[in-house]
Ligand binder design. Structure first.
Ligand code: NDP
Length: 368
């Protein structure tokens, strides 16, 4: 069996404390802090998700799109007219370090292919701006450690785009679990996947994606296991299957089943795939009840039920709520029920590395 402790010590993670998830009962009293300064955000990477975030930000009360960073001049012009962005707030990947001297930008939201996140976040930190980074935070745990250090050294926040940590029905299930309404948690099942199309996209290029379905969509089941169960896994086993080795070459996983064990004795059984449509389901079982969510991490509406009945929390646009909440985190020190800090992104990468190792060796991998 493999121990990760030496690795974590080497990376300085034990010094960081790697605490269990931050739970704030204060968070349960109010979802939203709508008054206060506005977070001025530049989006980096004007692709499909960047566009979704920009549209959602139109309804934000505390976050505003004020700048763009892109390698495609025609997109910049388009976004300038669509969102009223002045020329002085437009950058490309070569010159965006100059954002340092731009008071119109407080934070850069990095929404580019996974392998680019590390350097872009570090440059953001060096420019003295807060970094919001899409998942996966990096393509290895060592990258995440570097990113955390750079942001800490620059005294800026590093937040990961874990939008589910703000989503009201998800928060309600977490509240129920924290307050004991499900009893002792015994089992979690997370299924995350979709059928991926175009074989030429960056998501199927190991250099840019850092892996396959696990890095992109399986991460939802990994992260969900942790916030649903409320513990950190201590071991992992995993099995990989591949039906199309041309579309999914070496290092690009198509389907991985994985299992976790938690300190309390709870277990999880999960599936990550690029080959099955609409797989988006969480199931949490405790001695006193259950929660079932389907869809569980898609853009919504999130639907589900517990042993007490249907989940009926408000339907929100995830990215609008996320950006308002991130403004409240940066300006007011508010914290979500489950952290979205860089350390949270790092934990998922450590676990995903364990999953890859377990799938490769066929052995159980210890995570502590
Ligand atoms: P897209 O391919 O749609 O967009 C990525 C953008 O990154 C491109 O349009 C391009 O913008 C820029 N880019 C810079 N360098 C490259 C390069 N070498 N190859 C391709 N694009 C490049 O991807 P998504 O928007 O779907 O995903 C981006 C990130 O967001 C990923 O990390 C992904 O995991 C994450 N994501 C998160 C979601 C969530 O729900 N939290 C949902 C979907 C994605 P430009 O032309 O402006 O330079």
């Amino acid at each position: 069996m493999t121990s990760r402790r030496n690795f974590l010590e080497k990376m300085g993670l034990t010094a960081m404390g790697l605490p269990l998830m931050t739970h704030s009962t204060d968070y349960l009293t109010s979802y939203h802090v709508l008054d206060g300064p506005t977070l001025k955000v530049a989006i980096m990477g004007l692709g499909s998700y960047g566009t979704r975030v920009a549209e959602a930000m139109k309804s934000c009360k505390r976050a505003k799109l004020t700048g763009v960073i892109s390698g495609t001049p025609s997109k910049i012009t388009d976004w300038q007219s669509k969102y009223g962005i002045p020329e002085k707030n437009c950058y490309n990947y070569e010159n965006f370090d100059a954002v340092k001297d731009n008071p119109d930008i407080d934070a850069i939201y990095v929404i580019t292919p996974n392998a680019l996140h590390k350097d872009q976040v570090i440059r953001t930190a060096k420019a003295g701006k807060h970094a919001i980074c899409e998942k996966p935070m990096g393509i290895s745990s060592s990258e995440c450690v570097e990113m955390i250090k750079a942001c800490r050294d620059a005294d800026v926040r590093l937040l990961v785009g874990y939008r589910m940590h703000f989503e009201p029905n998800t928060v309600e299930v977490i509240r129920m679990r924290m307050e004991g309404e499900l009893g002792t948690i015994k089992f979690f099942q997370g299924q995350s996947g979709f059928r991926i199309g175009n074989p030429n996209q960056w998501r199927l290029n190991k250099e840019l994606a850092g892996g396959g379905a696990m890095m992109d969509i399986g991460i939802y089941a990994v992260n969900g296991s942790r916030y649903m169960v409320g513990e950190e896994p201590i071991w992992v086993t995993a099995q990989e299957t591949k039906t199309d080795p041309v579309k999914f070459p070496e290092g690009v996983d198509e389907t991985i089943q994985f299992q976790f064990g938690f300190p309390s004795g709870a277990v999880a059984s999960c599936l990550s795939t690029y080959s099955m449509n609409g797989l988006d389901r969480f199931f949490l079982n405790g001695t006193e009840g259950f929660a079932e969510m389907q869809p569980s991490t898609g853009y919504g509406p999130i639907k589900g039920r517990t042993h007490k009945g249907p989940l009926t929390e408000p339907i929100v646009t995830h990215q609008t709520l996320q950006m308002d909440e991130m403004a409240a985190m940066i300006f007011d020190g508010k914290e979500p029920i489950v952290s979205v800090n860089g350390e949270e992104g790092l934990k998922d990468l450590v676990i995903m590395e364990g999953i890859y190792e377990a799938a490769k060796t066929g052995k159980r991998v210890n995570l502590i």
